[in-house]
Design a protein around this ligand. Structure first.
Ligand code: COA
Length: 260
């Protein structure tokens, strides 16, 4: 597919999606959100993709937020629609993908940028990264899931402080908060993220799909995560990957998962 605002490249079963509006610090406008939806959807369906990495182009930003110029004159109805549409197309969509999605945060991840990173399954940051939800400094609140996912990741008190102060934290503080799993140098960010992706790829993709669903169930209202886990656990027993994984262990060889 041809994109104007993003790049999507697949090699060695890793699809790297790069938000490519560096002159606007990769701010998420409407078109970029739609293109990201399409690229994630395509990668999730493709047999060539096992892991998806999302990052930003340029040295400065992962994503500096939703594009403020697009919503500055919105009314109440348009504001609510903006959040609902964005959550449906991108943020909830990414969180619920069946393939692992890793955010490689290479600079500013602010507002919608941090919300996008938080919708990913986990996050790795370079040492120059800065993260925050500055929305209240604009007279608005996070609208792409930030008020829900930030407390899930860092705890209620820290989330309250970050949102209320509209401040930024650096990558070491983000590591300390559990917002990111690892911090690397700028040069090492993508190679290190690819290395983790490589470890994931050795395992059963159908089991990983069930694990993502089960872990996400813990954070969904009205869903019993333990029941989801039982169902997903049971499903594994009907897969070729399970037969291969258990046989390989008993035969003392490396498993070659068919991904079915
Ligand atoms: N929406 C739209 N445009 C944005 C943007 C956003 N969220 N963030 C940055 N840009 C644009 C700037 O307007 C500027 O465009 P211009 O060159 O046409 O004037 C360009 O990106 C570069 O940004 P600039 O502010 O000049 O860079 P900086 O290094 O001085 O500051 C930031 C970097 C991230 C601190 C600053 O851009 C910023 O505060 N951005 C907004 C962050 C925010 O509030 N996000 C939440 C949105 S809900």
């Amino acid at each position: 597919m041809n994109y104007q605002n993003i790049l999507s490249n697949t090699s060695n079963k890793i699809t790297t999606i790069t938000i490519n509006r560096p002159q606007k610090l990769n701010a998420l406008n409407k078109d970029t959100i739609q293109e990201l939806h399409d690229a994630f959807d395509e990668a999730n369906r493709s047999d060539d993709t096992k892991v998806i990495i999302i990052t930003g182009s340029g040295e400065k930003a992962f994503v500096a937020g939703a594009d403020i110029s697009e919503f500055a004159d919105f009314d109440v109805k348009q504001g609510a629609k903006l959040a609902a549409k964005g959550q449906e197309l991108l943020f909830d969509f990414v969180e619920n993908l069946s393939k692992p999605v890793i955010a490689a945060i290479n600079g500013f991840a602010l507002g919608g940028g941090l919300e996008l990173a938080m919708a990913c399954h986990f996050r790795i940051a370079s040492s120059n990264a800065k993260m925050g939800l500055p929305e209240v400094s604009l007279g608005v609140i996070p609208g792409y899931g930030g008020t829900q996912r930030l407390p899930q990741l860092v705890g209620k008190g820290r989330a309250m402080e970050m949102v209320m102060t509209a401040g930024m934290i650096d990558s070491n503080q983000a590591l300390n908060y559990g917002l990111v799993n690892h911090v690397t140098s700028e040069e090492e960010l993508i190679p290190f993220t690819e290395k983790i992706a490589g470890k994931i790829m050795r395992n059963s993709s159908v089991a990983i799909k069930g694990a993502i669903k089960s872990i996400n169930a813990n954070y969904k209202d009205g869903v019993d995560g333990f029941k989801t886990e039982i169902k997903q656990f049971g499903r594994c027993f009907g897969t070729e990957d399970f037969k291969e994984g258990t046989s390989a262990f008993l035969e003392k060889r490396k498993a070659e998962f068919p991904g079915k």
